[in-house]
Ligand binder design. Structure first.
Ligand SMILES: [Zn+2]
Length: 116
């Protein structure tokens, strides 16, 4: 039998009962995202994340915003393109370069958190 991985009980951790800047309670969806972010899993699918999303959803988010903001150019040297290329070509990126690109992606997420 498959082991149960969830519980009906309310989660009680540092995110429980968080308030927004204006003093109103944070929505359960926002808290759910904050928990995922803290655990380092993708906000969409729960796979191990690079930055805030896994690589697949990082690319999805990039393409979604490209369409929305009508961007024409592609910044080929940005981490999401470099990591995408390494997956597509099945060519192993050296771990050092990969770690460097992942760090760049992560620092981008942190910059946004600082604004919030
Ligand atoms: Zn994902």
């Amino acid at each position: 039998m498959k082991q149960k991985t969830w519980s009906r009980k309310k989660i009680n951790d540092e995110f429980t009962g968080l308030l927004k800047a204006d003093g109103t309670p944070m929505s359960r969806q926002q808290i759910h995202m904050a928990r995922k972010k803290a655990h380092g899993v993708c906000l969409t699918c729960g796979e191990p994340a690079v930055g805030v999303y896994c690589l697949r959803h990082t690319i999805a988010a990039r393409e979604r915003m490209r369409r929305k903001l009508k961007y024409r150019r592609r910044l080929r040297q940005s981490p999401s393109y470099i990591l995408e290329q390494s997956v597509r070509s099945k060519r192993r990126l050296s771990p050092r370069i990969r770690a460097q690109q992942v760090r760049r992606l992560k620092s981008r997420g942190r910059g946004k958190a600082a604004v919030k």
